[in-house]
Design a protein around this ligand. Structure first.
Ligand code: NAP
Length: 249
């Protein structure tokens, strides 16, 4: 069993919560970050502890430097040196065409989906890189198949933010490859979580799932398996890689 220390951003719901539960079952001590939903974060921590694992929750908006610094300091002080980061927190907004997107919405999407993962990756590298006296580690970025598909008529802004995250995965993986840190990504397709309600269509996975090659949407647990694999020593020679979890699309 691993005794490693893992921070999952947006670990209170959906894919992040499933990853927190699976990683804790594999022996990681887990920091469950969330932005607003304290009860959801507490229920993930309770479930981990009920199963014999170790976890704690920290509220922080990952798109704000001061909050990211406070989040990482909480992990330092509670568990010690970080071994792994899952950049999972992300958001989208109401389905619309590109010509209807305004500056304020674009700023919100870029800050949550791009700035947040950049700030968290930077804080993780400062702790894990052998260049800074660290002992190495692993980062997994939760991107989306939308980065390639573009999400026309729904949220091209969201798709583009995940495209930026994919560039970060490639660049950072090369930047820190010789410093003991692996950086990889998962690109889920349509997964059964609450995020689709933010787009104005809570039942989106049920509508589109049957049209996919595999004929269904995916589960958060299916995504969590690949994230935990990329965090683990089972993928020790893999960096800068992308696992698509999209039912064949
Ligand atoms: P979700 O169920 O809506 O959960 C999102 C999580 O992110 C929540 O824990 C939320 O916390 C947190 N969060 C959002 N903004 C944050 C911020 N600025 N700072 C800290 N935490 C923040 O979403 P999900 O479907 O599991 O999505 C997780 C990731 O997978 C996202 O990056 C998403 O883009 C990606 N993804 C999802 C799908 C899909 O079909 N579901 C497909 C492809 C990619 P609060 O509840 O406290 O706000």
């Amino acid at each position: 069993m691993s005794e490693k220390i893992l921070l999952i951003t947006g670990g209170s719901r959906g894919i992040g919560a499933a990853t927190a539960l699976l990683a804790a079952a594999r022996g990681y001590r887990v920091c469950v970050n969330y932005r607003m939903d304290e009860a959801a974060a507490a229920s993930v921590v309770d479930a981990i502890e009920a199963a014999g694992g170790t976890a704690f929750a920290v509220r922080a908006d990952v798109s704000r430097t001061a909050e990211v610094e406070r989040l990482f300091r909480a992990v330092d002080e509670t568990y010690g040196p970080l071994d792994a980061l899952v950049n999972n927190a992300g958001t989208l907004e109401r389905q619309s065409r590109l010509e209807d997107l305004d500056e304020e919405r674009l700023a919100r999407i870029w800050s949550a989906n791009i700035t947040g993962p950049f700030l968290c990756a930077a804080a993780a590298v400062r702790r894990m890189s052998t260049r800074h006296g660290g002992r190495g580690g692993a980062i997994v970025n939760v991107s989306s198949r939308a980065a390639q598909l573009g999400s026309p008529n729904e949220y091209v802004d969201y798709a583009a933010s995940k495209g930026a995250l994919d560039s970060m995965t490639t660049g950072l993986a090369l930047e820190v490859a010789a410093e003991g840190i692996r950086v990889n990504s998962v690109r889920p397709g349509l997964i059964h979580t609450g995020i689709h309600a933010l787009g104005g269509e809570p039942g989106r996975v049920d509508r589109v799932g049957p049209l996919l090659p595999m004929g269904r949407g995916g589960t958060p647990e299916e995504v969590a398996e690949s994230i935990v694999f990329l965090l683990s020593e089972a993928s020790s020679y893999t960096t800068g890689a992308f696992i698509d979890l999209a039912g064949g699309r």
